[in-house]
Design a protein around this ligand. Structure first.
Ligand SMILES: NC(=O)c1ccc[n+]([C@@H]2O[C@H](COP(=O)([O-])OP(=O)(O)OC[C@H]3O[C@@H](n4cnc5c(N)ncnc54)[C@H](O)[C@@H]3O)[C@@H](O)[C@H]2O)c1
Ligand SMILES: O=C(O)C[C@H](O)C(=O)O
Length: 341
């Protein structure tokens, strides 16, 4: 995964693509943009994308502060060329020719807020950025990090539909942090090596809409119902745990940058033809009655290659699925309505 790719890059300047090893210079050209690159997530995410040998051009955009971030990151002796863009006038140049656009632009939560409380500010930011994506890089894969993801992804889809550029295979809500948390918390309770753990997390990205499927976790462990309930709640409240610990100074940034870099790396591998790249993501879906849903997704040369089903659920998980559908439905509808106002 990302860690081994980075290690390979640092040691040898080589990248693995589709089972073949390229020197960094001969891996396919890939331009990646980070929108919101000077922020709490944006800065460490820009650093991690600079370390990824699959990226040849790294475009860092924000409304302020990007020249400094770009100058700093650009001194790292890895493959990609870094350019900073600041202000709306430069957004087009930042986006032109992008293969992947990662969006962590927008305000984070403070204690006592829900992700939906961010809607009023972030919905407009996302709408503006997606309008520009439709114009300047309509074929890019979009990795949406800005909250509330359950609404910002539907907003993006409507903006792209209106522009005539919507391709459901290319739009992703980034839910990787939920998977990262579920793996970490599970490994602690199951007493297994965290690097070997896999746990699908489905649904959406807010409170009870986050549904970790610990019944499918590997390596298997015989955990009591009480422990499984506690693990589920901790995963659902992981973001709030960080918001409260930061006490008014924002939400998860470092773990999110890690998760965002993992997901972008998976998208790059898919684009480059690496087989069997599977990650959970909030995408257009028909596996439930809702138009968007997070589940395992197989990534390929055009983005989403296959949305995988939920698999067998425990009774507890079935109840969780029933309980999350109304909230997720209303968040999706809120995003769609906003985009069409
Ligand atoms: N999907 C997830 O799992 C996840 C995890 C953590 C945080 N988030 C979300 O990510 C977002 C960013 O969080 P953060 O901690 O980095 O916030 P931050 O305030 O530290 O950074 C946000 C950045 O966005 C920039 N920005 C604002 N408007 C912009 C615009 N129109 N164009 C480009 N850039 C713009 C700001 O200048 C700032 O640099 C929040 O909405 C947060 O809730 C999502
Ligand atoms: O919790 C938040 O507001 C940020 C993010 O969605 C997270 O899960 O950490």
């Amino acid at each position: 995964m990302l860690r081994s790719t980075i290690q390979a890059s640092l040691r040898q300047g080589r990248a693995q693509v589709n089972g073949r090893s390229f020197s960094s210079g001969s891996a396919p050209h890939r331009k990646v943009a980070v929108l919101g690159a000077a922020g709490g997530i944006g800065q460490p995410l820009s650093l991690l994308m600079k370390l990824n040998p699959l990226v040849s051009q790294l475009s860092l955009y924000d409304i302020a502060g990007t020249p400094g971030v770009a100058a700093d990151v650009s001194h790292i002796n890895t493959r990609s060329e870094v350019t900073g863009y600041v202000g709306e006038d430069q957004l087009g140049k930042a986006l032109e020719g992008c293969d992947i656009v990662i969006i962590p632009a927008g305000v984070p939560r403070k204690p006592g807020m829900t992700r939906d409380d961010l809607f009023n500010i972030n919905a407009g930011i996302v709408k503006g950025l997606c309008t520009a994506i439709a114009k300047y890089c309509p074929n890019a894969l979009v990795n949406m990090i800005s909250n509330p993801v359950n609404s910002t992804v539907p907003i993006a889809s409507e903006v792209f539909k209106k522009a005539g550029t919507y391709d459901e295979k290319r739009l992703f809500g980034v839910t990787t942090l939920d998977v990262v948390r579920a793996k970490t918390f599970y490994a602690g309770k199951a007493n297994v090596n965290v690097s070997e753990v896999n746990v699908p997390v489905v649904g959406g990205h807010a409170g009870i809409t986050i549904l970790p499927l610990f019944s499918q976790a590997t390596p298997t462990a015989n955990l009591s119902d009480e422990v499984l309930t506690a693990l589920t709640k901790r995963t659902q409240d992981g973001g709030t745990e960080v918001v409260e610990a930061k006490a008014g100074k924002g939400s998860a940034t470092l773990s999110m940058a890690y998760a965002g870099a993992l997901f972008a790396d998976a998208c790059l591998k898919g684009l480059n033809g690496v087989p069997d790249v599977v990650e959970c993501s909030f995408v257009q879906s028909s596996i439930t009655e809702l138009p968007f849903f997070a589940s395992k997704v197989r990534l390929g040369k055009n983005g989403v290659e296959e949305v995988l089903g939920l698999g067998a659920l425990s009774d507890y998980e079935k109840q969780g699925l029933e309980a999350l559908l109304p909230e997720l439905k209303s968040s999706i509808e809120k995003g769609i309505k906003f985009a069409n106002q």
